[in-house]
Write a protein that binds this ligand. Structure first.
Ligand code: GAR
Length: 217
């Protein structure tokens, strides 16, 4: 199924960016948008955490934001419905999970099929979940990295759009390794979102085909 094909678009592509924390990946997306390199507009930033740094970044950029608190909802289904309703309120074409630390219920995948992108700080399928960086260190891997993938009904599992490795260096701790991983994230995520917005990504089973014959980098 093609994504954001120009034939089905009646407006410039719009995305919602979901955050839970510092929002440095959101900042990379905002910066790419400001440079005219994102190919879409960030219509709204949604956070499940009321004091997430990402909300300040949205404010500084003049981008609308909303808080959907986990604790205001009885269960994951209700929380997910609220997130999707905000996304619909802003007429977005896709969601980008940029350090969003909650798992969305299947309703989100049904409402945005192959239109939800997640960034994860490991080479999936290694180290899924919320503690990928310390787990890679504890395991003693020589290489870890970054995965950007479409979200499906399983956690950190959907079709992989792009991956880049990051070597673990002698003396690395969680802070130093995560810092180098994030340098890659901040380049890779805007590149993937731009390709998504341009309709350049096709999903064929687990394989994502970059229509222009692969990534530029
Ligand atoms: C990023 O490194 C992202 O890959 C990770 O959270 C960090 C958020 O940083 N996401 C996950 O671990 C998802 N399981 P940021 O708030 O500075 O963008």
């Amino acid at each position: 199924m093609p994504f954001l094909e120009s034939a089905e678009m009646t407006h410039a592509p719009r995305i919602a960016v979901l955050v839970s924390g510092r929002g440095s990946n959101l900042q990379a997306l905002l910066d790419a948008e400001a440079r005219g390199e994102l190919g879409c507009s960030i219509a709204v930033v949604i956070s499940d955490v009321p004091d997430a740094g990402g909300l300040d970044r949205a404010k500084d950029a003049g981008t609308p934001s909303r808080v959907v608190r986990w604790s205001d909802h009885a269960n994951r289904d209700s929380f997910t419905t609220a997130i999707c309703d905000v996304a619909d309120e802003f007429s977005v074409d896709g969601l980008v999970l940029a350090g969003f630390m909650r798992i969305l219920a299947p309703e989100a995948i049904d409402r945005f099929p192959n239109r939800i992108i997640n960034i994860h700080p490991s080479l999936l399928p290694s180290f899924p979940g919320a503690h990928a960086v310390p787990q890679a260190l504890a395991y003693g891997v020589a290489l870890t990295g970054v995965t950007v993938h479409f979200v499906d009904r399983e956690v950190d599992h959907g079709p992989i759009i792009a991956q880049e490795s990051v070597p673990v260096e002698a003396g690395d701790d969680e802070v130093t390794l995560h810092r180098r991983i994030q340098q890659v994230e901040h380049r890779l995520l805007p590149e993937v979102v731009a390709a998504f917005a341009a309709g350049e990504l096709d999903v064929d089973g687990r394989n994502v085909v970059w229509k222009r014959g692969g990534r530029a980098s």
